[in-house]
Design a protein around this ligand. Structure first.
Ligand SMILES: NC(=O)c1ccc[n+]([C@@H]2O[C@H](COP(=O)([O-])OP(=O)(O)OC[C@H]3O[C@@H](n4cnc5c(N)ncnc54)[C@H](OP(=O)(O)O)[C@@H]3O)[C@@H](O)[C@H]2O)c1
Length: 246
Protein backbone atom coordinates (compact mmCIF):
# COMPACT_ATOMS: atom_id res chain seq x y z
CA UNK A 1 0.00 0.00 0.00
CA UNK A 2 1.20 3.52 -0.80
CA UNK A 3 2.30 5.95 1.93
CA UNK A 4 -0.05 8.85 2.60
CA UNK A 5 0.65 12.42 3.67
CA UNK A 6 -1.49 15.36 4.77
CA UNK A 7 0.06 18.67 3.72
CA UNK A 8 -1.23 22.02 5.02
CA UNK A 9 -0.51 25.03 2.82
CA UNK A 10 -0.73 22.81 -0.26
CA UNK A 11 -2.23 25.39 -2.64
CA UNK A 12 1.06 27.21 -3.27
CA UNK A 13 4.83 27.22 -2.93
CA UNK A 14 6.57 24.50 -0.94
CA UNK A 15 3.42 22.54 -0.03
CA UNK A 16 2.21 22.42 -3.63
CA UNK A 17 5.63 21.50 -5.05
CA UNK A 18 6.06 18.76 -2.42
CA UNK A 19 2.64 17.37 -3.38
CA UNK A 20 3.83 17.05 -7.01
CA UNK A 21 7.13 15.51 -5.88
CA UNK A 22 5.46 12.91 -3.65
CA UNK A 23 2.73 12.16 -6.21
CA UNK A 24 5.51 11.21 -8.59
CA UNK A 25 6.82 8.81 -5.92
CA UNK A 26 3.37 7.17 -5.62
CA UNK A 27 2.14 8.73 -2.35
CA UNK A 28 -1.54 9.24 -1.59
CA UNK A 29 -2.15 12.92 -0.86
CA UNK A 30 -4.42 14.89 1.45
CA UNK A 31 -4.09 18.57 0.53
CA UNK A 32 -5.39 21.43 2.68
CA UNK A 33 -5.39 25.23 2.55
CA UNK A 34 -7.96 28.02 2.60
CA UNK A 35 -8.39 28.40 -1.17
CA UNK A 36 -10.67 25.59 -2.41
CA UNK A 37 -10.41 26.65 -6.09
CA UNK A 38 -6.62 26.61 -6.00
CA UNK A 39 -6.63 23.19 -4.32
CA UNK A 40 -8.99 21.84 -7.02
CA UNK A 41 -6.62 23.08 -9.70
CA UNK A 42 -3.61 21.56 -7.89
CA UNK A 43 -5.43 18.22 -7.67
CA UNK A 44 -6.33 18.33 -11.39
CA UNK A 45 -2.74 19.15 -12.38
CA UNK A 46 -1.24 16.48 -10.09
CA UNK A 47 -3.55 13.77 -11.44
CA UNK A 48 -2.75 14.83 -15.02
CA UNK A 49 1.00 14.82 -14.33
CA UNK A 50 1.48 11.79 -12.06
CA UNK A 51 -1.86 10.01 -11.43
CA UNK A 52 -1.08 9.10 -7.77
CA UNK A 53 -3.23 6.51 -5.92
CA UNK A 54 -5.43 9.22 -4.29
CA UNK A 55 -5.64 13.00 -3.98
CA UNK A 56 -8.07 14.31 -1.36
CA UNK A 57 -8.54 18.06 -0.94
CA UNK A 58 -10.17 20.04 1.85
CA UNK A 59 -10.49 23.76 2.55
CA UNK A 60 -8.88 24.51 5.91
CA UNK A 61 -7.89 27.66 7.76
CA UNK A 62 -5.37 26.52 10.38
CA UNK A 63 -6.56 29.34 12.66
CA UNK A 64 -9.97 27.65 12.79
CA UNK A 65 -8.46 25.42 15.44
CA UNK A 66 -11.42 23.06 15.97
CA UNK A 67 -11.59 22.47 12.24
CA UNK A 68 -7.92 21.44 12.15
CA UNK A 69 -8.76 18.43 14.35
CA UNK A 70 -11.78 17.58 12.17
CA UNK A 71 -9.67 17.88 9.02
CA UNK A 72 -7.11 15.31 10.20
CA UNK A 73 -9.87 12.77 11.00
CA UNK A 74 -11.85 13.45 7.82
CA UNK A 75 -8.85 13.30 5.50
CA UNK A 76 -7.57 10.16 7.17
CA UNK A 77 -10.99 8.55 6.64
CA UNK A 78 -10.97 9.64 3.00
CA UNK A 79 -7.53 8.16 2.29
CA UNK A 80 -7.93 5.08 4.51
CA UNK A 81 -5.23 6.32 6.95
CA UNK A 82 -2.42 8.87 7.16
CA UNK A 83 1.28 8.07 7.62
CA UNK A 84 2.68 11.61 7.68
CA UNK A 85 1.29 15.02 8.63
CA UNK A 86 3.22 18.03 7.33
CA UNK A 87 2.43 21.25 9.25
CA UNK A 88 3.58 23.65 6.55
CA UNK A 89 0.97 26.43 6.17
CA UNK A 90 2.44 29.81 6.93
CA UNK A 91 2.55 33.52 6.12
CA UNK A 92 5.27 36.16 6.00
CA UNK A 93 3.90 39.68 6.24
CA UNK A 94 7.05 41.74 6.79
CA UNK A 95 5.92 43.39 10.03
CA UNK A 96 7.77 46.32 11.62
CA UNK A 97 7.85 46.94 15.34
CA UNK A 98 6.38 50.16 16.78
CA UNK A 99 4.95 51.25 13.44
CA UNK A 100 1.34 50.13 13.58
CA UNK A 101 1.95 46.56 12.45
CA UNK A 102 0.68 44.81 15.57
CA UNK A 103 -2.19 43.17 13.63
CA UNK A 104 0.33 41.65 11.20
CA UNK A 105 2.36 40.35 14.13
CA UNK A 106 -0.73 38.86 15.80
CA UNK A 107 -1.87 37.20 12.58
CA UNK A 108 1.64 35.79 12.00
CA UNK A 109 1.70 34.16 15.44
CA UNK A 110 -1.86 32.85 14.99
CA UNK A 111 -1.12 31.16 11.67
CA UNK A 112 2.55 30.16 11.92
CA UNK A 113 2.66 29.20 15.58
CA UNK A 114 -0.80 28.48 17.01
CA UNK A 115 -2.20 27.08 13.74
CA UNK A 116 0.90 24.93 13.33
CA UNK A 117 0.65 23.72 16.94
CA UNK A 118 -3.03 22.83 16.38
CA UNK A 119 -1.99 20.81 13.31
CA UNK A 120 0.72 18.96 15.25
CA UNK A 121 -1.57 18.36 18.24
CA UNK A 122 -4.26 16.91 15.95
CA UNK A 123 -1.65 14.76 14.21
CA UNK A 124 -0.21 13.53 17.53
CA UNK A 125 -3.68 12.56 18.79
CA UNK A 126 -4.30 10.65 15.57
CA UNK A 127 -0.88 8.92 15.54
CA UNK A 128 -1.00 8.02 19.27
CA UNK A 129 -4.28 6.29 18.60
CA UNK A 130 -2.85 4.54 15.55
CA UNK A 131 0.39 3.53 17.30
CA UNK A 132 2.72 5.04 14.68
CA UNK A 133 3.28 8.10 12.52
CA UNK A 134 5.53 10.90 11.35
CA UNK A 135 5.05 14.61 12.09
CA UNK A 136 6.94 17.13 9.94
CA UNK A 137 6.94 20.88 10.53
CA UNK A 138 8.24 23.86 8.56
CA UNK A 139 10.25 26.21 10.71
CA UNK A 140 12.82 28.48 8.95
CA UNK A 141 16.40 29.71 9.17
CA UNK A 142 14.63 32.79 10.59
CA UNK A 143 14.40 30.70 13.78
CA UNK A 144 18.19 30.92 14.21
CA UNK A 145 18.35 34.69 14.73
CA UNK A 146 15.82 37.49 15.16
CA UNK A 147 15.93 39.59 11.98
CA UNK A 148 14.72 43.16 11.39
CA UNK A 149 11.25 43.69 9.85
CA UNK A 150 10.17 40.14 10.59
CA UNK A 151 10.22 39.96 14.38
CA UNK A 152 6.94 38.07 14.78
CA UNK A 153 7.81 35.79 11.86
CA UNK A 154 11.17 34.89 13.47
CA UNK A 155 9.45 34.39 16.83
CA UNK A 156 6.78 32.16 15.26
CA UNK A 157 9.37 29.96 13.56
CA UNK A 158 11.67 29.73 16.61
CA UNK A 159 8.65 28.93 18.79
CA UNK A 160 7.44 26.24 16.40
CA UNK A 161 10.89 24.62 16.20
CA UNK A 162 11.20 24.40 19.99
CA UNK A 163 7.63 23.15 20.23
CA UNK A 164 8.46 20.33 17.80
CA UNK A 165 11.62 19.43 19.76
CA UNK A 166 9.49 19.13 22.89
CA UNK A 167 6.93 17.02 21.04
CA UNK A 168 9.71 14.68 19.88
CA UNK A 169 10.85 14.21 23.48
CA UNK A 170 7.31 13.75 24.77
CA UNK A 171 6.54 11.13 22.11
CA UNK A 172 9.83 9.32 22.65
CA UNK A 173 9.34 5.56 22.26
CA UNK A 174 5.80 6.06 20.96
CA UNK A 175 6.79 5.11 17.41
CA UNK A 176 6.12 8.66 16.19
CA UNK A 177 8.98 10.50 14.44
CA UNK A 178 9.24 14.28 14.43
CA UNK A 179 11.11 16.18 11.71
CA UNK A 180 11.86 19.93 11.94
CA UNK A 181 12.73 21.62 8.64
CA UNK A 182 14.60 24.94 8.52
CA UNK A 183 14.34 26.23 4.93
CA UNK A 184 16.56 29.06 3.72
CA UNK A 185 15.27 31.03 0.72
CA UNK A 186 13.07 28.93 -1.56
CA UNK A 187 11.51 30.77 -4.50
CA UNK A 188 7.78 31.08 -3.66
CA UNK A 189 5.15 33.86 -3.48
CA UNK A 190 6.00 34.21 0.24
CA UNK A 191 9.30 35.94 -0.52
CA UNK A 192 9.46 36.74 -4.24
CA UNK A 193 9.01 40.45 -3.53
CA UNK A 194 12.27 40.59 -1.53
CA UNK A 195 15.33 42.13 -3.19
CA UNK A 196 17.86 40.08 -1.31
CA UNK A 197 17.40 36.27 -1.13
CA UNK A 198 20.79 34.68 -0.42
CA UNK A 199 21.42 31.10 -1.56
CA UNK A 200 17.99 31.05 -3.31
CA UNK A 201 16.85 27.70 -4.72
CA UNK A 202 13.86 26.86 -6.92
CA UNK A 203 10.74 25.49 -5.29
CA UNK A 204 11.12 22.23 -7.25
CA UNK A 205 14.64 21.77 -5.87
CA UNK A 206 13.39 22.62 -2.36
CA UNK A 207 10.57 20.07 -2.65
CA UNK A 208 12.93 17.38 -3.85
CA UNK A 209 15.28 17.99 -0.89
CA UNK A 210 12.35 18.04 1.55
CA UNK A 211 10.96 14.77 0.14
CA UNK A 212 14.36 13.14 0.65
CA UNK A 213 14.64 14.44 4.24
CA UNK A 214 11.11 13.24 5.04
CA UNK A 215 11.81 9.78 3.62
CA UNK A 216 15.02 9.58 5.70
CA UNK A 217 12.91 10.63 8.73
CA UNK A 218 15.67 13.03 9.86
CA UNK A 219 15.20 14.77 13.20
CA UNK A 220 16.00 18.20 11.76
CA UNK A 221 17.70 19.80 8.80
CA UNK A 222 18.18 23.07 6.98
CA UNK A 223 16.88 23.18 3.35
CA UNK A 224 19.11 23.03 1.42
CA UNK A 225 21.38 21.32 3.92
CA UNK A 226 24.46 23.23 2.72
CA UNK A 227 25.26 26.17 3.07
CA UNK A 228 22.51 26.87 5.63
CA UNK A 229 23.81 24.25 8.10
CA UNK A 230 26.95 26.41 8.38
CA UNK A 231 25.49 29.86 7.72
CA UNK A 232 22.72 29.19 10.26
CA UNK A 233 25.33 28.74 12.98
CA UNK A 234 27.10 31.89 11.83
CA UNK A 235 23.83 33.86 11.97
CA UNK A 236 23.62 33.17 15.71
CA UNK A 237 26.93 34.89 16.44
CA UNK A 238 26.92 37.84 14.02
CA UNK A 239 27.00 41.23 15.77
CA UNK A 240 23.69 43.12 16.00
CA UNK A 241 25.10 45.87 13.77
CA UNK A 242 25.51 43.38 10.92
CA UNK A 243 22.08 41.84 11.50
CA UNK A 244 20.52 45.34 11.56
CA UNK A 245 21.63 45.92 7.94
CA UNK A 246 19.97 42.74 6.67
N1 LIG B 1 9.80 30.09 0.81
C1 LIG B 1 10.77 30.17 1.69
O1 LIG B 1 11.89 30.58 1.38
C2 LIG B 1 10.54 29.73 3.10
C3 LIG B 1 11.64 29.75 3.97
C4 LIG B 1 11.45 29.31 5.30
C5 LIG B 1 10.22 28.87 5.71
N2 LIG B 1 9.16 28.89 4.83
C6 LIG B 1 7.87 28.41 5.33
O2 LIG B 1 7.36 27.44 4.42
C7 LIG B 1 5.94 27.39 4.53
C8 LIG B 1 5.33 27.47 3.15
O3 LIG B 1 5.62 28.75 2.61
P1 LIG B 1 5.79 29.02 1.06
O4 LIG B 1 7.09 29.67 0.87
O5 LIG B 1 5.43 27.82 0.29
O6 LIG B 1 4.69 30.19 0.89
P2 LIG B 1 3.39 30.33 -0.02
O7 LIG B 1 3.70 29.96 -1.42
O8 LIG B 1 2.84 31.67 0.27
O9 LIG B 1 2.42 29.20 0.57
C9 LIG B 1 1.85 29.34 1.83
C10 LIG B 1 0.73 28.30 1.95
O10 LIG B 1 0.15 28.42 3.25
C11 LIG B 1 -1.26 28.50 3.09
N3 LIG B 1 -1.86 29.26 4.18
C12 LIG B 1 -1.60 30.55 4.55
N4 LIG B 1 -2.37 30.90 5.58
C13 LIG B 1 -3.11 29.80 5.89
C14 LIG B 1 -4.09 29.52 6.87
N5 LIG B 1 -4.50 30.45 7.76
N6 LIG B 1 -4.65 28.28 6.90
C15 LIG B 1 -4.26 27.33 6.01
N7 LIG B 1 -3.35 27.54 5.05
C16 LIG B 1 -2.79 28.76 5.00
C17 LIG B 1 -1.48 29.14 1.73
O11 LIG B 1 -2.71 28.73 1.17
P3 LIG B 1 -4.10 29.53 1.17
O12 LIG B 1 -3.80 30.95 0.90
O13 LIG B 1 -4.86 28.80 0.12
O14 LIG B 1 -4.66 29.28 2.54
C18 LIG B 1 -0.38 28.50 0.93
O15 LIG B 1 -0.78 27.25 0.42
C19 LIG B 1 5.56 28.54 5.46
O16 LIG B 1 5.36 28.05 6.77
C20 LIG B 1 6.78 29.45 5.42
O17 LIG B 1 6.89 30.25 6.55
C21 LIG B 1 9.30 29.30 3.56
Amino acid sequence: MSSSILITGASSGIGKALAFELAQKGYSLALASREADMLSQVRKDIIAAHNPPAVAIRPLDVTDYDDVFKAVTEMSDELGGLDIVFANAGIGLGERVGRGDFEKARRTIEVNLIGAIATVDAAAAYFLNRGKGHIVGTSSVAAFRGMPKSSAYCASKAGFAIYLEAVRAELYKKNIDVTVLYPGYIDTPLNNMLKNRPFLISVEKGASIIARLIEKRVKSSTVPVYPWNIFGRLLKVLPTGVIAKM
